[in-house]
Design a protein. Sequence first.
Length: 116
Amino acid sequence: MSAPKRGLKNIRTMSDSTAATGAPHRVFLRMALLTLQKGLREQERRAIKARLVDLDSYLAGVEEELQPLLASVADAVAARKKDEKPALSRDAPPAVPAGDESLPGGDEAPGFGIRY
């Protein structure tokens, strides 16, 4: 007796098995995986929302601290503008007070002098 012939038509393949989605254990494993992923994403969402609430409260505190500082700077600028003298023009030389020869144009120049 001879051995049975084995050819291309006699090779067993997985194509005749049940579909991957048809196997009940695969369906349940896939459902479990999706449920776990959903739970993880919901946990991430809660953490992100809590972080946003913390950031919003921090930014509100910064804004509260910034407002008095901005108001004090605005008050200081307004006070300085009120007390400010008019600026000198570029083409007119600075006025020399009467009777003060120590200023430019006199014999002694003001400022720092070094003797060696």
